[in-house]
Design a protein around this ligand. Structure first.
Ligand SMILES: Nc1ncnc2c1ncn2[C@@H]1O[C@H](COP(=O)(O)OP(=O)(O)O)[C@@H](O)[C@H]1O
Ligand SMILES: [Mg+2]
Length: 257
């Protein structure tokens, strides 16, 4: 498959103890698939994202992208987190341009602005390109953060609980935005989330992890019938059935989430 995670184990060592956080974890993600990962707090989800991004090296096991092992950070991966971490002294537009300044120095300023503006338009923030982060709402900041993670056209987008701090309505708006971005930009996505409706709305597959040390307990394909990209689809009979099934699988996998 496109991303192959094979028998991954990882531990953190401190002065007086070793903490095993992932143990023998394996799963695969097909090209342009959207996979969500759910699991209890502290089971190693953020650690897993860092390993896939090549920001740390696993204790055991392998991560292959298109068959080649991940052993260092890659330009072809974009990341966004719960905290959007925007630079206050830059405008929304210039925050989005930042990765291009690092990975595409050959692009002209005009080209960078055109690409960043295209994304700002897609997420509905065209009129806020000159705003500073402190002038934006939480949802708007997260939209800017999504644009920044996609500006260099990464093949893989890794999202670590990106909407966890937002209110329910803002969050639903961002699900729709992310779905539209996925349709137009064609990346492969790995999303860490605690929100099963979010997972169902966005994903092709949900991977359920066990308590720490995290390993795959079960994978569930999300294949209910949809008529559109509207959030309304979440309220269909099929979606509700899928949600109940997923909830049950998680209940069987662990006692807390
Ligand atoms: N850099 C680190 N050094 C030591 N322990 C860590 C480090 N990062 C995370 N941990 C510990 O590893 C476990 C898994 O962390 P994490 O991957 O962040 O879990 P999750 O994202 O699933 O909540 C937690 O117990 C956490 O305290
Ligand atoms: Mg985490």
């Amino acid at each position: 498959m496109y991303i192959d995670i094979k028998e991954l184990s990882h531990k953190y060592s401190t002065a007086d103890e070793d903490l095993l956080v992932l143990s023998d974890l394996s799963f695969s993600v097909g090209k342009e698939q959207f996979v969500s990962i759910v699991g209890p707090s502290g089971c190693g989800k953020s650690t897993l994202t860092k390993l896939i991004a090549g920001l740390s090296v696993p204790l055991k096991g392998k991560i292959l992208i298109s068959g080649s092992p991940v052993d260092s950070p890659r330009e072809s991966i974009g990341m966004a987190f719960q905290n959007p971490v925007l630079l206050e002294w830059r405008t929304a537009l210039d925050n989005i341009c930042l990765p291009l300044e690092i990975v595409s120095p050959q692009m002209t300023r005009i080209q960078k602005i055109a690409r960043a503006t295209e994304l700002l338009e897609m997420v509905g923030l065209k009129d806020f390109s000159q705003s500073r982060p402190s002038q934006l709402s939480g949802g708007m900041k997260q939209r800017v953060s999504l644009c920044r993670s996609l500006v260099h056209r990464p093949e893989i987008l890794i999202l670590d609980e990106p909407f966890g701090a937002l209110d329910a309505f803002t969050r639903e708006g961002l699900w729709k935005t992310l779905k539209d971005l996925k349709t137009s930009e064609n990346f492969t996505c790995i999303l860490i989330t605690h929100d099963l409706r979010e997972a169902i709305y966005l994903s092709d597959e949900v991977v359920i992890l066990t308590d720490r040390p995290g390993k795959v307990k079960k994978s569930v394909k999300i294949n209910f019938k949809r008529n559109s990209n509207s959030i309304d689809e979440l309220y269909s009979k099929e979606a509700t059935k899928m949600l109940a099934f997923l909830r049950k699988q998680i209940e069987l996998s662990h006692t807390r989430l």
